[in-house]
Design a protein around this ligand. Structure first.
Ligand code: IYR
Length: 221
């Protein structure tokens, strides 16, 4: 018997229930905001585990699952990450980023200071695996790594939103310092750093909206 394929047990829903669930989920996700001001209120480790399990359910090229989630709560590590990230970001904002980019960021109100890297109870750094390792240490080729890890990060963000937590997709540039501080092997590349927690009391977000359906879709009927 060939067990390489197994039956897929799909749960079919009533159309009315499909639409109701779609609306609920759309509204939940529309309410998501990137938050840059964090409370130090603790978040149970179990919630982070669940968000990672959700993210790791993502489809990936050849099912290689080319991601690693490095989870940090240690204050000393957070401090080292903040110091290194701010050093890079300061150079970026003050020297590396062209005016056009700075103008594009102006509405977000971002800057090189990243206090959330210490305030948020958890930092989750997602690494992409440019290649994998087999049992004997040989290289395994990975496929569509950027796409795969991007999808996993999207699910991670959705999982956090669904459980009532907030995050920001922080991508200090360059991110090499994360490999060093977190002692990651050469095949792992920093992809996104997610501070995770609750918003600070009185936290504010930029007054931004999303494009509407007509702007983001084209229909060929
Ligand atoms: N990485 C920097 C700059 C930055 C870039 C973009 I594009 C953003 O949408 C937001 C920030 C930072 O984290 O501040």
């Amino acid at each position: 018997m060939n067990d390489r394929f197994i039956p897929y047990e799909h749960v079919f829903l009533e159309e009315s229930e499909m639409e109701a669930r779609a609306l609920d989920f759309r509204d939940l996700m529309r309410g998501r905001r990137t938050v840059r001001e964090y409370s130090s209120k603790p978040v149970p480790r179990r919630l982070i585990e669940l968000a990672i399990e959700t993210a790791a359910s993502a489809p990936s090229g050849a099912n290689r699952q080319p991601w690693k989630f490095v989870v940090i709560s240690d204050p000393e590590l957070k401090r080292r990450i903040r110091v290194a990230a701010e050093a890079e970001e300061r150079q970026s904002y003050e020297e590396r980023m062209p005016d056009e980019w700075l103008e594009a960021l102006a509405p977000l109100g971002t800057g090189w200071r990243k206090p959330y890297l210490e305030t948020a109870p958890w930092l989750v750094v997602v690494f992409s695996e440019s290649y994998g390792r087999d049992e004997s240490g040989g290289r395994i080729k990975n496929y569509y790594v950027q796409e795969s890890v991007g999808i996993a990060c999207g699910l991670f963000i959705a999982a956090l939103r669904n459980m009532g937590l907030v995050t920001v997709t922080h991508t200090p540039s360059p991110m090499g310092f994360l490999s060093e501080i977190l002692e990651r092997p050469r095949n792992e590349r920093p992809y996104i750093l997610f501070p995770v927690g609750f918003p600070a009391e009185g936290a504010r977000v930029p007054n931004l909206g999303k494009k509407d359906l007509a702007e983001v879709s084209v229909w060929k009927l």
